[in-house]
Design a protein around this ligand. Sequence first.
Ligand SMILES: [Zn+2]
Length: 214
Amino acid sequence: MSRSTTQTFTCPCGEVFTSSLYEYVNVAHDPQLRYIVLAGLLNVSTCPICGRRVAIASPFIYSDPTYDLLAYVHPRSDAPEEARMLILERLRSVYMDAASIQEQQKDGNGGHTVSLTPREAEEMPPLQVVFGLDQLTALINGVLPPEERIGRLALSTRSRDEAERGQFMHIARKLATEMGCNIEVEDMPDEYTVWLYGARRRIGALMRELTPGV
Ligand SMILES: [Zn+2]
């Protein structure tokens, strides 16, 4: 399982809301998280009232065992050299934490930490260190076959009616859930757009569903 904590935010508009902050992303267990990362929306919180976004600059570990990808992601691409050295020094212990997390998943009850045998440790993919989400995106796109890369589809309405927009979003969300995709809302005064995003093959299937007979 992936690991996250719940953070409370106070938006400049006054709304107080909670959101998940991921420390460990395991794509094998939470496949939709791969696309949230690729969309640049991991650890980005959106105020439910005014739509303002807050990006939380926090490091996390990204694991995609299918593609032997294990990365420590430092949130800032402009981290100074000194900070990078410090981070690299600390990584050995972080890497061992990741190893224990993987082991917890294997035993299925998740409650305790089991140490790895040297052979198990050897089977873990090498830990890569990346600075900034762009670098992680490049790394992920480098291993994904084209049909697994991110695809997007926009559904929009010009209705200004709040209830209609709400209904529209509800339908789009249902569609997205059925097809294993995610949604992102772009709420403009004259147009309301719901972006559906996920693996290209899923977005392709969704498009075929929406345009029967084409
Ligand atoms: Zn707000």
